[in-house]
Write a protein that binds this ligand. Sequence first.
Ligand code: SAH
Length: 214
Amino acid sequence: MAAAEARIIRLLMELRRNGVTDTPTLAAIERTPRELFVAPPFLDQAYENTALPIACGQTVSQPLVVGVMTQALEVTDRMKVLEIGTGSGYQAAVLAQLCRRLYTVERHKPLLKQAEERFKHLRIHNITAKVGDGSRGWPEQAPFERIMVTAAAHDIPPKLVDQLKVGGIMVLPLGDAHALEQDLLKITKTENGLHIDHLGPVRFVPLVEGMPED
Ligand code: SAH
């Protein structure tokens, strides 16, 4: 067995032991070559269960967190999904295998360009990506059945709640990004308001409003 394959299997077993048991989620992670999403100096750690630095001072999430968030989103292949914070594009590539169409927004243009090249290389054709401030969502494409925010928000962004369908689920890390940890929330939008489940502590870079200079 190739070394990379053995490492992926070890990683999947680690995810399973830590509560990621949803078969489609694990299969999507298995099919997504994380080595294409990490910076060259970290290639040998691509299948370690750790977050890794990418360009523009950002990070590609820890595989366990990708697994937990993907599983919590309960995506099916009929759904239109919005991701905020494309970053490397790894989480987007995992989600795109599970949904009908994925919309993803990133505020750093160089990251978005690189992510789009990776989607093309992997022949993933159901992702629409744009540069922008994701805290505003993507009003032209709303409503969404699912929303995943992959940067830490201080408050639940009201525009994202507006753009979520009733019955829809949003997963987001809430809290101060300068604190050691944030709280991963699974929010279900009901007729009577928001139902919130706490999925545990996570660590993310901040959701920053407005656009950078690049
Ligand atoms: N999902 C990514 C994780 C990226 S880290 C992956 O799989 O690699 C979080 C990303 O959110 C960073 O790239 C950061 O630039 C981006 N981000 C932060 N605030 C944002 C905002 N308001 N709008 C869009 N993207 C944002």
